[in-house]
Design a protein. Structure first.
Length: 246
């Protein structure tokens, strides 16, 4: 009789545990996914006064390269007052690392609803891969590359000529590199650069005379030309490199 009672207690506990786990899974937020206008990010923080989204698509909230965290970059909103903070980002296709920043930088948290992670500078972050199939209109977004991917000691700025403009980037560990700018409608895949045995990627484009903004797209991540000092601010807290073709 006692064994039967214990077995019943065990079954009840198991059922309650399964129910709790099931409810937890059911209540878990969806990972970032496409909605109208971009990628929807959500984070549950009922006690937070402020939450922002930081990643290599916005120079980590302004902190990349020793900068200062800017809470005005990609703020999230708790529209329903239920502690669920949201933001929709029109990210172009590519790989992006990100974190949620709580209460003006007090905490930087990974996305508990997203099991995919990657490292940048030895720090683990949440990872999202935006496919080429997204249907929303997207802007060009600034970003960073993984630490150790670039060697800048032998780099030179673009060689500008009246008919041809040569771009080069020293990125020996990159899998693919493109150049995107005003001259190709900021396409992230239109102008593929070729990798030399020395790890330097290069491409020569026929560009009409004028002034152009551009970035390199390194394994899906946008970055400025590290050796071109001529830059202008972009809309996302970073910079676009600038060339003048005469």
């Amino acid at each position: 009789m006692r064994r039967t009672a214990l077995a019943l207690v065990g079954m009840v506990c198991f059922t309650l545990a399964c129910s709790t786990i099931s409810d937890s899974i059911k209540d878990r937020l969806e990972p970032p996914h496409e909605v109208k206008g971009g990628i929807l990010f959500r984070y549950e923080a009922p006690s937070a006064k402020m939450v922002t989204l930081a990643g290599n698509f916005n120079n980590w909230g302004g902190t990349e390269g020793g900068g200062r965290y800017d809470p005005t970059i990609n703020p999230m909103t708790d529209v329903d007052g239920d502690g669920i903070w949201t933001v929709v980002m029109p990210l172009p296709p590519g790989r992006y690392q990100y974190k949620f920043v709580i209460d003006n930088g007090v905490r930087w948290e990974q996305d508990p609803s997203n099991p995919n992670t990657a490292e940048e500078g030895g720090i683990e972050n949440s990872l999202i891969i935006v496919p080429e199939s997204v249907s929303y209109d997207h802007d060009v977004v600034t970003g960073t590359v993984l630490s150790g991917q670039l060697r800048r000691d032998t780099w030179t700025a673009p060689e500008v000529g009246p008919k041809a403009t040569a771009f080069r980037l020293d990125a020996p560990f990159a899998g693919e590199v493109f150049v995107a700018g005003d001259f190709n409608d900021w396409s992230p895949t239109a102008d593929a650069m070729e990798k030399g045995e020395d790890g330097i990627w290069s491409i020569t484009l026929e560009i009409s005379p004028g002034k152009y903004e551009y970035k390199f797209v390194v394994d899906g991540t946008y970055m400025e030309d590290p050796e071109n000092p001529d830059m202008v601010p972009d809309p996302y807290g970073g910079n676009n490199s600038v060339i003048t073709v005469e």
